[in-house]
Design a protein around this ligand. Structure first.
Ligand code: NAD
Length: 336
């Protein structure tokens, strides 16, 4: 096991959110002796219920707070011997960044800087201690019908969200080149699975369908995303955190390219089987709405580097992952 995993504690930020909470469950399941500190501000996007199963685990500590709070982050480094940071915390919804970018600049840029700066001071040149920055493929901008993003693609962020993540990626990179810090960055495609906030596409489709509401689809529904099941992402993060090369970037994707309308159709077909609607197919509820400003057309990932160098590849099929996801949301919405 790599030395940054051997002892001490790992600080995970944003662990009450979608991917962070799935990751902590996965990580503590695999490394039960690791101490995990979850620092999360519990914004509208965080939910303490996402980590309820961990509350009794003596190796798990939850701290409510802001990653921009230098004093709080420094105190955590004082109180615990933190030998690794896995940084998920972010404002993550593109639509919110279009309506009100300020919090994206604060959390995604200033927050990442705060964590790096505190870690740099406490780690004092110790190259065994690792900072893993979780980022997105959206930093690379938009593709046409052909081609894939690779680690060599140029940064062309188009939304305030992706621009704030791109900025944070560059700050992380600079801490490696300037101070020699042991950093890795992973840029991932769209995730789906249990615990994602209702505002995102797949939960919105499921919720609208079963509540009998219109299912809103932006523009003509032709925008394409590459979908990765969240557990596959968690496994990839573990592999990169444990074995990735300092200073490197790794792209993760599911090789599941679908346009938004196809996603809505697929979900409706699953729901038609599981919870048939007496008024006919849920597809009848699909409605095209005004497109998102500056909507990127297509994202797609070439994940050869992580496959070749670290032996990771996505294992969940889109069909089974989507069915698991629908089941999870049906349980959530039908119990309300
Ligand atoms: N969801 C995706 O499809 C996807 C894809 C690629 C990359 N990412 C990246 O993965 C990370 C996690 O995404 P997610 O979908 O789980 O997001 P999320 O919105 O579900 O969760 C974000 C979490 O961060 C917390 N948080 C926000 N601001 C904070 C602050 N200032 N201080 C402390 N905590 C704060 C929130 O309370 C929440 O628990 C993000 O960095 C995102 O950019 C997400």
């Amino acid at each position: 096991m790599a030395s940054h995993l051997l002892n001490n504690a790992i600080l995970i930020t944003g662990g009450a959110g979608f991917i962070g909470s799935n990751f902590i469950s996965y990580f503590l399941g695999k490394y039960p002796k690791t101490n995990v500190i979850n620092l999360d501000k519990l914004t509208y996007a965080g939910d303490i219920k996402n980590t309820a199963e961990l509350a009794k685990n003596p190796n798990y500590t939850f701290v409510e707070g802001d990653i921009c709070d230098t004093e709080l982050v420094s105190n955590l480094f004082h109180e615990h011997t933190i030998s690794g940071v896995i940084h998920f915390a972010a404002e993550s919804h593109v639509d919110n960044s279009i309506n009100s970018p300020i919090q994206f600049i604060k959390t995604n840029i200033e927050g990442t800087f705060t964590l790096l700066e505190v870690a740099r001071k406490f780690w004092n040149g110790n190259k065994n201690y690792r900072f893993h920055h979780i980022s997105t493929d959206e930093v690379y901008g938009s593709l046409g019908m052909d081609g894939f993003f690779t680690e060599k693609s140029s940064y062309q962020p188009n939304s305030p969200y992706s621009a704030s993540k791109a900025s944070s990626d560059f700050i992380v990179r600079s801490y490696h080149h300037t101070y020699g810090m042991n950093v890795v960055t992973s840029n991932c495609s769209n995730n789906y699975g249990p615990r994602q906030h209702d505002e995102k596409l797949i939960p919105t489709i499921i919720k609208s369908a079963i509540k009998g509401l219109k299912i809103p689809i932006y523009g003509n529904g032709k925008n394409v995303r590459d979908w990765l099941f969240v557990e596959d992402h968690c496994k990839g993060i573990d592999v990169i955190y444990s074995n990735g090369v300092a200073g490197e970037t790794y792209l993760l994707g599911g090789n599941n390219e679908f346009d938004n309308l196809t996603i809505a159709d697929k979900i409706c077909e699953i729901l038609d089987k599981k919870v048939p609607n007496k008024n006919g197919s849920y597809k009848n509820q699909i409605e095209f709405v005004e497109d998102r400003l500056g909507h990127d057309f297509r994202y797609a990932i070439d994940a050869s580097k992580i496959q070749t160098d670290l032996g990771w590849k996505a294992l969940e099929s889109f069909e089974s992952g989507l069915e698991k996801t629908v089941d999870w949301y049906l349980k959530k919405y039908q119990s309300k």
